[in-house]
Design a protein. Structure first.
Length: 152
């Protein structure tokens, strides 16, 4: 799933494009590949400041991979679908962090996500806090991940 999300990232020009591509892939994994569970990783991306965005992004991507190996069902982070270039295009088109937060919420509301994994320090992220509220509201399985960051 993560490979398909990365492949579609180059086609994204706005959040509507992104939503269509992501939902298409989620639907395929649920319906065609018969995965009853699909996981989503949330955590800090920009909250540590611009100097840590790429490192935080890589940590979320790495964590999604580790969790998928552990749980044997598809698990992704939005960072799989939004390359730095994609995010730059969205920013240049006038999209803000508020648009990103709203978009993340729409993915959780889609009905395809069954499990949400919150990375360490998730509570430092406005988007992750919003996602946690939505995950609770929709009865999704919530998992709080704790580890020493240099060990993953």
């Amino acid at each position: 799933m993560r490979t398909q999300l990365r492949d579609a990232a180059g086609l994204v020009r706005n959040f509507e494009d992104a939503y269509g591509h992501i939902i298409h892939i989620l639907r395929k994994f649920r319906s065609e590949y018969n995965y009853p569970r699909i996981g989503y990783v949330s955590g800090v991306l920009t909250s540590d400041g611009p100097g840590r965005v790429l490192q935080n992004r890589e940590e979320l991507i790495r964590l999604a991979g580790v969790l998928q190996e552990m749980h044997h069902f598809p698990i992704f982070t939005l960072q799989d679908a939004f390359t730095p270039e994609t995010l730059r295009r969205l920013k240049d088109a006038g999209h803000t962090s508020h648009h990103y937060t709203d978009f993340a919420g729409e993915i959780l509301k889609s009905g395809f996500i069954t499990d949400v994994f919150f990375a360490p320090r998730w509570e430092n992220s406005q988007t992750a806090r919003s996602e946690q509220t939505l995950a609770e509201r929709f009865g999704l399985r919530i998992n709080y991940i704790e580890y020493e960051e240099d060990r993953v």
